[in-house]
Design a binder for this molecule. Structure first.
Ligand SMILES: N[C@@H](CCC(=O)N[C@@H](CS)C(=O)NCC(=O)O)C(=O)O
Length: 183
């Protein structure tokens, strides 16, 4: 999403991580997405290093230069990425285990993290004026993932500032819906 917005051309390769495809595990020993392979073959993996790479490629257009604003962007990004990690952990608990081995206290533990993160994000919801930064992209991606996999979580209920944020983000980043996570 950020690369597209910055006008950085990417060849997108969709992989099924659970099949541990060679193309992915050769580039990223952890076998995780997102993984960004640069023109010289160097692989950059994990969202935040990838975002830092895109920032360098764009000549610093993805993060504020001012120290305090940068910290705000990074805190937002960490909370949004952490929200995704908690949601992904819940998805995997159900997807990877036989039904009788799914551990409900673990699912509840992850959902409490997700709800606390959403409440924190509501309290810290950024006003989006001007160019979106890395924290905004991370938040938009996390909310889109919650919409995709956790409809019942209904993150919009009681979180008007996050609702306003996502509406504003969709206006600012044309094509946002098409660029978000897909099943
Ligand atoms: N902290 C990582 C999390 C990435 C992540 O959990 N990716 C999941 C898909 S959403 C994945 O590749 N899972 C496959 C696996 O864990 O084997 C990031 O932000 O890039």
């Amino acid at each position: 999403m950020a690369a597209h917005h910055l006008g950085i051309a990417l060849d997108e390769e969709v992989v099924a991580t659970s099949e541990e495809p060679d193309a992915l595990t050769r580039a990223n020993p952890l076998g995780k997405i997102p993984t960004l392979v640069l023109d010289d073959g160097t692989a950059v993996f994990d969202s935040r290093p990838i975002m830092a790479e895109l920032d360098r490629m764009s000549g610093g257009k993805l993060y504020p230069r001012n120290g305090e604003r940068r910290r705000t962007a990074e805190r937002l990004e960490a909370a949004a990425d952490g929200l995704c990690d908690a949601l992904v952990a819940s998805v995997y608990e159900r997807r990877m285990r036989p039904a009788e081995k799914v551990h409900t206290p673990w699912l509840d533990y992850q959902m409490r993290k997700a709800v606390r993160a959403l409440d924190w994000l509501e309290a810290e919801a950024p006003a989006l004026r001007g160019r979106p930064h890395g924290g905004h992209f991370a938040l938009a991606a996390a909310l889109a993932y919650a919409d995709l996999r956790f409809e019942a979580l209904n993150w919009r209920r009681g979180r008007p500032r996050l609702r306003r944020f996502i509406d504003r983000f969709a206006e600012t980043v044309p094509g946002y819906e098409a660029l978000g996570p897909r099943a």
